[in-house]
Unconditional design. Structure first.
Length: 438
């Protein structure tokens, strides 16, 4: 041990509040050998802070080295030291975030697994366990490990439902609640071929939203969005009788909102819920390339890893090109190409809607023209094929009704949804075009 260096470091720390993070790191590195219990936590936290310094923005390898050192410093603490779990958690959390940011997915997945193991050591259902479980379940879903992801999301539902625990406060928390996790659980159950269980989970979501709307004054509009997509899942599962009953329940909610409006202001969570359910409704049409990661449908896009978000967004350009190429073919030979065009256009529309919501842009102004085109294309298909295109038109009208509802256009939304329900019984009048921005 260099005693002169130790002395200089201690003297420097007399003015600790004025030192920059790099100077603190240098001092703690020297002193960690003299008092591990005291200086390892400080070194680990300072290294995490240094990794976020703007001067390292273009030095990804340097950031990873600092974060690996931060993890090692925390791991060096005694197993029974009560400071060890939170310090190690924060270091691993920063490390996995950086790994996923650099698209180093296998290492990131391993770091999330270690993060969850650390969160479990406390034996408490606290915010750290919620955050770690959410990250682990989402990572498994992105890797296509649906059975494991469903198990992890199921545990997460139980954890967040057992107590009102805050999400870990550090950063980019997703405000996880049972209502935000249940769609993701349903998505993974469906991906694992457990469709009946997925339907049951969405029924649980509707029940939860209904209880909040009726008993706690929660937003009716949230219950409406859940009910609408629940009806769609029932139809997809072949339970058409029950789906018809649920659509009538949704229709009553549309009518109530059109008559009296929302009783309680719905915050930005409304957009997130609408977007997550819309993306989930299009999950079956999305197939990831072999070995490539895909979205954790049902989770907010803020929970997706940066690489998956980027891939989902960039894939929109290829879809737009396919739609543009298919349009003249559908005009020339609608019998062969109009059906595929309707399906492809919806995939493009869903991705555009999800990206618009994630970016915080205006929904109605940006998205309504595309949803109008979707209805027009589906109507052409319906007029050409009769009952064969009814399901496509009902879905397009349902999508537009859900968009109008999340933007507070309840009267127009009711008209659209009435038409969607009518597709099994007869025509309905055209809706007027709303003008209010959202």
């Amino acid at each position: 041990m260099n005693h002169d260096a130790v002395l200089r470091a201690k003297v420097r720390l007399f003015d600790e509040d004025r030192l920059g993070v790099l100077q603190l790191v240098h001092a703690y590195r020297v002193l960690v050998g003299t008092g591990p219990a005291a200086y390892r936590p400080k070194l680990s936290r300072a290294l995490v802070e240094l990794s976020e310094d703007a001067s390292l923005l273009g030095l990804p390898e340097a950031r990873l080295r600092l974060l690996a050192e931060a993890v090692a410093a925390a791991e060096g603490l005694a197993q029974d030291d009560p400071v060890r779990p939170p310090v190690l958690f924060d270091a691993l959390d920063a490390h996995q975030r950086e790994l996923y940011g650099q698209d180093r997915r296998p290492d990131g997945l391993a770091a999330r697994g270690r993060l969850l193991a650390v969160a479990r050591t406390t034996g408490r259902a606290d915010g750290r366990l919620v955050r770690a479980l959410g990250g682990w379940a989402t990572a498994l879903a992105e890797e296509g490990r649906a059975e494991e992801a469903a198990a992890a999301f199921g545990e997460l539902v139980r954890v967040v439902g057992s107590a009102r625990v805050p999400d870990h406060p550090r950063r980019d928390g997703h405000g996880l609640t049972p209502g935000r996790v249940l769609p993701a659980l349903a998505g993974q159950l469906a991906a694992a071929g457990r469709g009946a269980e997925a339907v049951a989970v969405l029924a649980e979501l509707v029940g939860l939203d209904r209880a909040e709307a009726e008993g706690e004054g929660g937003p009716t509009a949230r219950l409406l969005q859940s009910t609408v997509r629940f009806a769609g899942q029932l139809s997809a599962a072949g339970r058409h009788g029950r789906a018809a009953e649920v659509r009538q329940e949704a229709l009553a909610l549309f009518a109530a909102l059109a008559t009296r409006g929302e009783r309680r202001a719905w915050t930005g969570d409304g957009r997130v819920h609408w977007s997550a359910l819309l993306a989930l409704s299009g999950a079956a049409a999305e197939t990831a390339e072999a070995g490539a990661p895909g979205p954790a449908f049902g989770m907010p896009t803020t929970a997706w890893s940066p690489g998956v978000r980027r891939g989902y967004r960039d894939g929109r350009d290829a879809l737009a090109a396919e739609v543009a190429a298919l349009l003249p073919q559908a005009d020339a030979d609608p019998g062969a190409h109009l059906g595929p065009l309707v399906a492809l256009h919806r995939r493009l529309l869903v991705r555009t809607a999800v990206e618009t919501e994630a970016g915080g842009g205006p929904l109605l102004e940006t998205l309504l023209p595309g949803f109008d085109r979707g209805v027009a294309l589906a109507r052409r298909l319906h007029e050409r094929s009769g009952t064969g295109g009814a399901a496509a038109l009902a879905l397009a009208l349902t999508d537009r009704a859900a968009l109008l509802a999340v933007c507070g256009q309840y009267g127009y939304a009711l008209t659209d949804y009435e038409q969607a329900v009518e597709r099994t019984g007869g025509p309905a009048p055209e809706p007027a075009t709303p003008v209010t921005a959202c």
